[in-house]
Design a protein around this ligand. Structure first.
Ligand SMILES: Nc1nc2c(ncn2[C@@H]2O[C@H](COP(=O)(O)OP(=O)(O)O)[C@@H](O)[C@H]2O)c(=O)[nH]1
Ligand SMILES: [Mg+2]
Length: 358
């Protein structure tokens, strides 16, 4: 899963990126105009993995990872660049979810924060970027239909024209595409455009240390449309550069229970609708993430394409039952162990073992 940070210049994207990933990319106050996005991978810690490891004593523990991209690394620093250049939008299309960063601290040019207005601005940019793509393609499709040269393709082109027409209308009304419903066929037709307003999006309110925790009204307004979280980015970045021991002491002092990283991950799972399943064995105990509603076959595919191709069945029991029973033998004798087919809907906490042959 890849999350892209997007926002106005100097909203603190790079600061947050550093805080969350433990990196030390340059923040724009000291920008060198370096080209290219900042990219890092963060481990998704899950305490259930450790509990499982206590039972299976594997050689290694493996956690899923989330990639975080600080998108504006592309064009920040040279001052002239448009905050939402074509290059940046192109890159933004490749992520699974957007995290919109809003400035809620007084910046060096002393303009007071206006997080909700900034959010509107960003939404407009995203709508516009999608509109340009949809209109351009619609024009082309209509032209081919008019020329009548589409032949066997006419049916598909008509379907594409219809769905693009619907999309253009929605975007013109200021509606993001994630609010629209598409059937499977339409989904297939528009997937290649990677529309930005169709991606799951969450909001990070980046507040100064003094006001953090006191911005409920702003957060409430944001939460009408998005999953949202408040970070004190600057402070989090400073914390991330300390050793673990000092961080824990600091967090206790400040009454912070969960690190920014953990809160972002939880939010991303929520926004994307992700759940975790596990595989266990002598070699490794491992957590995997998939979308809620995914089937045993999709879980197999997440592990390896061969497992999906040669899928026979999945042995399945639940983490909670294992913890109560104490061992998988006990789970079996309790009748909580089952064999499921490819259409089985995986639950958060399922422990799976795929039977397959190729
Ligand atoms: N007071 C305060 N300043 C911040 C915070 N986050 C970032 N800044 C400052 O805002 C400026 C821009 O930050 P940067 O991360 O480069 O923003 P970007 O342009 O969105 O990547 C820098 O001078 C940061 O030190 C914050 O949470 N509080
Ligand atoms: Mg930056």
């Amino acid at each position: 899963m890849k999350i892209g940070f997007i926002g106005l210049p100097k909203s603190g994207k790079t600061t947050l990126f550093n805080a969350l990933t433990g990196s030390s990319a340059q923040v724009s106050a000291f920008s060198t105009g370096r080209v290219g996005p900042n990219l890092a991978s963060v481990r998704v810690y899950d305490e259930r993995v450790e509990k499982l490891a206590a039972i299976y004593k594997p050689k290694r523990l493996v956690y899923p990872a989330i990639d975080i991209v600080d998108l504006a690394g592309v064009n920040e620093g040279d001052g002239k660049a448009d905050a939402f250049s074509g290059d940046l939008m192109k890159l933004a299309r490749t992520v699974d979810a957007l995290a919109i960063v809003l400035r809620n601290f007084k910046d060096t040019t002393s303009s007071p924060p206006a997080a909700l207005l900034d959010l509107k601005k960003i939404e407009q940019e995203l709508l516009l970027a999608d509109l340009i793509i949809a209109e351009k393609r619609l024009e082309k499709v209509e032209l081919s239909l008019k020329k009548g040269g589409a032949g066997n393709n006419a049916q598909t082109l008509k379907a594409e024209r219809d769905v693009l027409g619907m999309i253009v209308d929605a975007l013109n009304e200021g509606r993001p595409l994630r609010e629209l419903e598409f059937d499977d066929n339409q989904d297939l037709l528009i997937r290649c455009f990677q529309f930005l307003t169709q991606k799951p999006a969450m909001v990070i309110l980046n507040s100064d240390e003094a006001s953090a925790g006191k911005n409920e009204s702003i957060l409430e307004a944001i939460r009408e449309h998005y999953e949202a979280v408040e970070f004190a980015g600057q402070l989090e970045m400073e914390l991330s550069q300390l050793d673990e021991e000092s961080v824990r002491a600091f967090m206790e002092d400040l009454g912070i229970k969960e690190s920014a990283k953990d809160r972002l991950i939880a939010l991303a799972y929520e926004a994307l609708g992700y759940i975790s399943f596990f595989t266990v064995g002598e070699d490794e105990v491992r957590a995997w993430n998939i979308r809620r509603g995914a089937t045993a076959l999709e879980a197999a595919a997440a592990i390896h394409t061969d497992l999906a191709r040669g899928f026979i069945a999945a042995e399945c029991f639940h983490y909670d039952d294992l913890m109560t029973a104490g061992s998988d033998k006990a789970v079996r004798s309790n009748g909580q162990f089952k064999l499921v087919g490819k259409d089985y809907m995986v639950r958060d906490g399922d422990i799976l073992s795929i039977r397959f042959h190729i």
